[in-house]
Design a protein around this ligand. Sequence first.
Ligand code: ADP
Ligand code: MG
Length: 691
Amino acid sequence: MYLKGVGPNRGDTLKTELGIHTYQDLMNLFPNRYLDKTKYYKINELQRSNADVQVVGKIVNIKTVEQKKGKRLVASFVDATGQMELVWFRGQKWVRENLKLNEPYVVFGKTNWFSGTFSMPHPEMELLSEHEKGLRIAMQPMYPSTEKLSNKGITNRVVNKLMQQLFMETKGQFLETLSPTLLNELKLISKSEALFNIHFPKNQELLAKAQFRLKFEELFYIQLQLISKNIRRKHKIKGVVFDQVGEQFKTFYEHHLPFDLTNAQKRVLKEIRSDLGSNAQMNRLLQGDVGSGKTIVAVMTMLLAIDNEYQACLVAPTEILANQHFEGISEALKALNIECALLTGSTKKARRRVLHEQLEDGSLHILIGTHAILEDKVQFKNLGLAIIDEQHRFGVAQRSKLWHKNSIPPHILVMTATPIPRTLAMSLYGDLDISVIDELPPGRKPITTVHRYDSNRLKVFQFIKDEIKKGRQIYVVYPLIQESEALDYKDLMDGYESIARDFPLPDYQISIVHGKMKTEDKDYEMQRFVKGETQIMVATTVIEVGVNVPNASVMIIESAERFGLSQLHQLRGRVGRGADQSYCVLMTSHKLSAEAKTRLETMTRTNDGFEIAEVDLKLRGPGDIMGTQQSGVLNLKIADIVKDNEVLKTARFYALKILKDDPGLARPENAVLRMAYEQLVKHKNIWTYIS
Ligand code: ADP
Ligand code: MG
């Protein structure tokens, strides 16, 4: 309100609409685009892209055209290369009285392509003679705005004026926030120069330099914060030390490992072992595509805990998954002398009592289950390791419960099959350590994915019959979206009936699983399919996560256009687990949005989860994907986490390098960094959401 041109009213509006409280906030309100007035277009160079353009020419006549409601004023505007129209719907009288015929004008505005001619509604106009005399801003900044702002008269022009005022009052001199070393090495322009050119760019080149400098700075300080938080965490939060690789691990590795580990699995195990041997608590995210073999890594990590006289637990998001893990893991460990148990919501009271006792006296080594494990009454003698499968289903609050299950917090390994593009992972989980299994076990045949229209259903049914004849099993999945639940259930039941007609008893057996069924019924149907008693599983997305039926080799996804990319990829991951060639068929109607087409095209092109995640990120934007619109890291002022990937990498590289040599930023050459960093942390706690 103290800036000339603002005052209490506008001050309030700026506060509520744009969160601007201080001069500094206003200074950091960056334009989201620029109108380039450095270029003059010829009429025959105009494109039908509806962009803003600047053209020099003359008005050769003006006429009023009657239309359904009122009239419009149309001027014929020509240059040496062609003709276009200038159009006014408002203020026609003024225009008629003031515009001069046959005088050179510079016009600026958006063009529309309409019945064979370009027209420019309400152009900005200036006589060429005036234009040449005047002092012009070549690149006109366009600031973020809201409806309220423009209603209250705070137009782009006004914001522009406020910026000018701000620069006058501050003389355009701002404290440098990056160290001389960084400025030199990266050839960055100074803070003052960058701020000036972001608001009043002299030309494209300086604008690009200003943008780079400010984006770098923004991402650099985020990385600096995340990395130093990680370093501090490792200092502060001691972990239990697993310093020996003992009997269990060795016996398993040498005699009972069912296959050779892939190089990626070996590398990840090494990373985990190095964490466990240090005396800091491990807090690691393990990313690996569906089927990449995360479970065996989990098992071997648990063996390390047991070898060091600690207990371990594994938490899965659903009962079906917990069951599968329990069966698979007890099978893998049956030759070893290890006690392993299952705890879920349906574990009976009497059984629970026994489990609680065995956990507390330490006779139970491994507990596998659902979030039932998180309940406070589940106490361990000495929990040394907690593994969480499919991390995206758990909230931070739930995870924190695990921390309190031992006097020293257990090591935490979070496994996810929803690959997060590295750029995003680095920013969102910058304070976690990340391991990636980027290699599938050998011998996997890539899944063949095709897109078919509903009209080809009969052919698809024939294909299913052929596969069943070969002894294979089939999934048919229907979408279930909360907003249209009733309709979706109807689709599912209709689909089920039509499949039951085409695949009649006794030749075919069909299972059905959906969210409205009782748990026992679901499990019963699921088990029939797992045991191979039924050939077809009709289901909603409940089977999305983790279910493992190696003999199932065909995944039919109905209304595939309604699924998101990561969900499609997860579903597809249910097949391709055995030795047979597997297929995924994406069924859709003929009506497809451009985005749906991109999703289908991506699915048929690639099996690579990381590539799919990148496309997803571009389609939906980071906030949507992570469900973290609130997260400070996505509230960037100038950098774009998707587009500025390279800048982010550079920023991270330098942040790491600086903190490695000087974790406390205590050296004189880093004084500038420490000052800026402390300012940031003090003023705007945009970091608090990140973790
Ligand atoms: P995910 O990462 O999706 O949890 P799993 O751990 O369930 O994957 O592994 C998928 C399948 O691949 C399992 O049947 C598992 O036995 C098998 N598998 C895992 N690692 C290897 C390997 N190195 N060589 C051969 N098969 C493997
Ligand atoms: Mg798994």
